[in-house]
Design a binder for this molecule. Sequence first.
Ligand SMILES: [Fe+2]
Length: 163
Amino acid sequence: MAVSKKDLLEMGLQKMYFIENTITEELPKMMKESHEDKLIRALGYHLEQTKNQTTRLESIFQSLGLNTKKQKDPTFLSLVSEGGGGLKKIDDAYLKDMAVIEAALKVEHSEMAMYQGLINWCKLLGAEEEAKILEQSLGEEMVTADGLTMLAGTLMRSVVSEV
Ligand SMILES: [Fe+2]
């Protein structure tokens, strides 16, 4: 059976819907593992954004007449379990914060690639409004990734200057 552009968009949206819902569950756990105030605040802020991103996806399922369903994404799940599982083994607060940032960045970059793919499918289908909505989410992921990258730099400089 041939797969259409719309099928590909629907599958991608369902994976993204699964991912955003999983992140909504995972971010509070990552916040608990974090120590640095700025990191906890950044993750908390992104948690609220993630909830909005989930609502945006629901609106797109509706407006395009697609099936609002979560489709498990094994690649993403392995990213999350790798990050979450590893954190428990780290005792040092600073190292744990650096590992939280690394885990969060892996997720953010994977989301950025997936949102860009969804935007492309929307544009190929002529769903310009939906593409614009997804661009908002992509922009938020990019800003989050930039913020975490800068925070990692700040944390590293603070340690280097202590030596
Ligand atoms: Fe997200």
